[in-house]
Design a protein around this ligand. Structure first.
Ligand SMILES: [Zn+2]
Length: 183
């Protein structure tokens, strides 16, 4: 295999998990007692799958690490997020306590029970409708904390085309999450 594979032994892992993160080595987490021979077998068996996953990871967003600094992007993200919040919170009849713009590697937004909303600064590099959807999604969680039917009905009422934004994140999200500015 010409891919670099990072093997992690874990006492807590019950079975192995194989991931192919964007821009990072293949990662295989295995239970601590798994033998090298078993590990080789797993990798051999998934050789084609790994190649397919990698093949699907060619960059398509045209993100330029020199175009924007993280500080600039964070400022712009805060501005846009706040703009949407100020319009949508009254429309939904909810109040949030605080907004955080964060550097998250795995998620776009979150909503704490205390009313703090957090958003990934990389959203500012996505189409505006996508950022808008994530903000409205988190605001809706102030009314319905889970992802129940009632939650999605609420999101649908506020943003009838939310599925398009979710699909965009599914399609391009991994590339965007892996993006880091040069500075
Ligand atoms: Zn959610």
């Amino acid at each position: 295999m010409d891919e670099l594979v990072e093997i992690r032994r874990s006492r807590r892992a019950r079975r192995w998990t194989l991931t192919v993160p964007w821009g990072e080595p293949v990662r295989l987490t295995v239970p601590s007692l798994m033998t090298d021979r078993e590990i080789e077998a797993v990798l051999e068996l998934h050789r084609e799958w790994i190649a397919r996953e990698r093949g699907a990871q060619s960059p398509r967003l045209g993100l330029d690490p020199n175009r924007i600094s993280e500080a600039e992007a964070r400022r712009a993200a805060r501005e846009l997020v706040t703009m949407v919040l100020d319009e949508e919170a009254p429309a939904l009849g909810v109040a949030y306590r605080r907004v955080q713009i964060r550097d998250q590697r795995t998620r776009w937004g979150s909503c704490s029970p205390s009313g703090t909303l957090s958003f990934n600064w990389r959203l500012v590099l996505a189409p505006f409708e996508v950022l808008d959807y994530v903000v409205v999604h988190e605001l809706c969680h102030l009314q319905v904390p889970d992802h129940s039917r009632r939650f999605w009905q609420l999101v649908g009422r506020q943003r009838p085309r939310w599925r398009e934004q979710r699909d965009w994140l599914r399609e391009y999200g991994a590339e965007l999450l892996a993006f880091s500015p040069a500075d």
